[in-house]
Design a protein around this ligand. Structure first.
Ligand SMILES: *[C@@H]1O[C@H](CO)[C@@H](O)[C@H](O)[C@H]1NC(C)=O
Ligand SMILES: *[C@@H]1O[C@H](CO)[C@@H](O)[C@H](O)[C@H]1NC(C)=O
Ligand SMILES: *[C@@H]1O[C@H](CO)[C@@H](O)[C@H](O)[C@H]1NC(C)=O
Ligand SMILES: *[C@@H]1O[C@H](CO)[C@@H](O)[C@H](O)[C@H]1NC(C)=O
Ligand SMILES: *[C@@H]1O[C@H](CO)[C@@H](O)[C@H](O)[C@H]1NC(C)=O
Ligand SMILES: *[C@@H]1O[C@H](CO)[C@@H](O)[C@H](O)[C@H]1NC(C)=O
Length: 653
């Protein structure tokens, strides 16, 4: 099962249209509807058998694209403390899937990827994990549950209300203690979800994915429902809870149905044929995009990466983002929980500045490292932090809850301006990296050097893109993948590039960083729910390990180590970019090259892998990142960013 944090595929659907043979079409029942029963949606999905041609095509694309993914052999068995959570032999799994037969395309789909964006399956009662002052933990329905769902699902609230026993208002469930889920201790459901939720590596973080959380989004504060109240597949039809409502001595047992709502990007359909043609199959123009290396819309995928259109300079294009298993939705944090807008200087999409009323704590809420235009972000970060200082801030909280990464050089820039020029920030505040040197990757570099296949210097494989470990740029004709660095990882022979140095200076810093530090590194606290990945990990790790910044994880089960960030990576890319590279190098017909993908989907890969801080010879990915403080969430704090920041300031400064 591809489920242990190895970002892999997000296939929006798999097979071909198989003409419905005159029988009633199960997809006609859900077509044209906004809200449907999960069972009806499943019946539609399960009515499509696996097409062997498509199945083979998908597996071949994944298999051949993995040759460019740096982590394949490391993931076979990650070192402690990640061994239990990350032991994924991708190639073996592909072989298993290849040999296995599936009742329907839906069943195959579940085995490859749990992401289908067609409909999302909701409950109106997101859960939270609360702690009492004495340290007891209880699973509760979020105090704000009704506020969130009545605002987001006004057209469906009645359906849920009418499923409840007489005398129990949906609203009265907010804040209730959950004593059991489907007859078992709530921890059973939390741990079962942790096994199948992907993307973020640590066990604590995957447990926490069950619960609701918040994110500073591009225009507002988003409310993330959590895996209990929002599923990407129609997995569950209903849930039965034993609850004790606020102010009640007795308990109630209630059953609520899940309801599936059509996705915001789903192309409307009326039956199987229009579902498949609109949402699954790739058409001719998509192929052209896949094949055209100059196209900026190569990805034909439904993907949930926080990645804006790519600007011209290469350093500005380099991204490290999560392929999240949870599509972003437009659910918003209720106004009562939203930090009042202070309209401070410098705020930009996904980034907002605040000053706490202690007069000395500034806050940067940063929901993404690529939520806005690159230059706007750099100038906004500097302007905003200078503004906080002019208001008297001597200490800073950076809240990166649910920040899945983005531009690598924005992460470097933020670190550099916070702590000023010093050995850990000049020339780069980031980590050295390496790329994988498989046979086809090596051929791309040789083609660029020998046959000038990248005259406009666009390719990721162009030697001009990189520097060596002393940060000296490679000459144009330097074959940086040959000789490769050959290693044996988890018993498998593998090859990588030499160690690569900084990639952001000069063209990735479009705003000139000041000569002075803005804050003392030890006066910076990075707060998140552990769901901070890719460029967010690069920023948090280097600030914590090199500058002594403190880290806070919100909530989490007692006794389980809370990691302040998840997937680290180094630089991410995807199948369509690799396909474009091969096309540009004239290698698309090489037997090792992946074919065109016949369905809409994407495969994210870690193209460069970052080296560690404490052990610089090994990837940072599997080095430990324990939080300084695991902040217990009370009913007053949970999902209330301002209250959380005040509590953090009180405890850590
Ligand atoms: C993946 O590719 C390797 C060769 O690179 C091959 O041996 C293996 O059978 C392939 N696996 C699948 C499932 O296609
Ligand atoms: C929910 O909404 C009510 C009514 O607007 C408000 O009084 C209450 O503070 C809100 N609660 C939360 C947790 O947002
Ligand atoms: C689908 O249909 C609904 C209602 O007919 C409409 O509001 C919506 O914009 C349509 N969506 C798309 C993607 O066409
Ligand atoms: C905000 O920017 C304006 C214009 O640049 C400046 O006059 C003002 O002092 C700034 N405010 C703060 C608090 O930095
Ligand atoms: C460069 O092109 C020539 C002529 O097409 C070809 O023979 C040679 O193999 C190419 N070089 C590489 C490294 O592929
Ligand atoms: C980087 O390149 C420079 C110039 O060729 C060389 O002097 C230096 O030793 C190289 N550094 C490493 C780590 O290879």
């Amino acid at each position: 099962m591809v489920n242990t944090g190895s970002l892999l595929t997000a296939l929006s659907a798999l097979g071909f249209v198989l003409a419905s043979k005159g029988q009633s079409d199960p997809c006609a029942k859900v077509g044209g509807q906004k809200w449907v029963k999960p069972a009806d949606l499943r019946a539609c999905f399960k009515s499509v058998p696996v097409d062997p041609v498509i199945k083979e095509n998908i597996l071949e694309v994944i298999n051949k694209t993995l040759a460019f993914h740096t982590s394949v052999n490391y993931q076979i068995s990650a070192p402690e403390p990640f061994t239990a959570a990350v032991h994924e032999n991708l190639l073996k799994d592909l072989a298993r899937i290849s040999a296995q037969s599936y009742d329907s395309e839906y069943d195959l789909h579940i085995d490859i990827s749990r992401i289908v964006a067609l409909f999302l399956n909701f409950l109106p009662i997101p859960l939270v994990l609360l702690s009492t002052p004495s340290g007891t933990q209880t699973v509760s329905i979020a105090p704000e549950a009704f506020n969130v769902s009545s605002a987001e699902f006004p057209d469906e609230i009645d359906v849920w209300q009418s499923a409840l026993p007489d005398g129990i208002a949906l609203e009265s469930l907010s804040g209730a203690t959950v004593l059991s889920i489907n007859g078992a201790n709530p921890n059973v459901a939390i741990d079962a979800n942790a096994l199948i939720t992907g993307s973020f590596e640590g066990l604590g973080t995957r447990q926490n994915a069950f619960f609701s959380s918040y994110q500073r989004s591009t225009t507002t504060w988003n409310y993330i429902m959590g895996n209990f109240a929002q599923q990407s597949l129609p997995l569950s039809d209903s849930v039965t809870l034993k609850v004790q409502r606020v102010g009640q001595y007795s308990t109630d047992t209630i059953t609520l149905p899940y309801r599936a709502r059509i996705g915001t990007t789903t192309v409307n359909f009326t039956d199987t044929a229009s579902w498949r043609s609109g949402n699954c199959l790739v058409d001719e123009s998509d192929f052209k995009k896949q094949d055209d290396p100059s196209s900026t819309t190569k990805a034909v995928a439904v993907k949930f990466m926080q990645q804006p259109p790519q600007p011209a300079s290469r350093s500005k294009q380099l991204v490290n983002v999560m392929l999240d298993s949870t599509p972003l939705t437009d659910v918003v944090l209720p106004p009562e929980l939203t930090p009042p807008d202070q309209s401070l200087n410098g705020s930009f999409l996904a980034g907002e500045f605040f000053m706490l009323d202690d007069g000395k704590t500034g806050v940067l809420a940063l929901g993404s490292f690529s939520g806005d235009d690159f230059d706007t972000m750099e100038s906004g970060l500097l302007k905003g932090l200078l503004g906080l200082k002019s208001l008297g801030a001597t200490q800073l909280i950076v809240d990166v809850s649910n920040n899945g990464g983005g531009f690598i050089c924005i992460a470097h820039f933020l670190h550099r301006i916070l702590v000023g020029p010093k050995a850990s920030t000049v020339p780069q505040a980031g980590l050295d990296t390496k790329a994988r040197a498989g046979p086809l990757a090596k051929l791309i570099v040789k083609q660029i050097i020998d046959n000038n296949t990248d005259p406009n210097d666009q390719s990721l494989y162009n030697p001009l893109a990189w520097t060596n470990a002393s940060n000296v740029p490679f000459p144009a004709n330097f074959d940086w993948l040959d000789p490769s660095v050959d290693l044996v990882i988890n018993g498998v022979h593998d090859s990588f590039s030499q160690r690569l140095g900084q990639e952001c200076v000069p063209s990735g810093f479009t705003t000139t960083p000041p000569d002075q530090a803005l804050f003392d590194g030890s006066k910076v606290v990075i707060v998140s729910n552990g769901r901070c990945a890719s460029s967010c990990s690069l920023f948090s790790i280097t600030m914590s390990k090199e500058e002594g910044s403190k880290t806070v994880v919100l909530g989490g089960r007692k006794g389980v180590e809370q990691e302040y960030c998840g997937t680290v990576g180094g630089q991410s890319t995807d199948f369509s970019t690799i396909a474009g590279e091969l096309q540009a190098a004239g290698l698309q017909d090489n037997p090792l090259a992946p074919p065109n993908l016949l369905v809409k989907g994407t495969q994210g890969i870690t193209w460069r892998l970052a080296f560690g801080v404490n052990d610089p010879t090994q990837p940072e990915e599997w080095q430990d990142h324990p939080a300084t403080l695991n902040l217990p969430l009370t009913a007053e704090l949970v999902n209330n960013p301002l209250a959380i920041w005040k509590e953090v300031a009180k405890r850590l400064f």
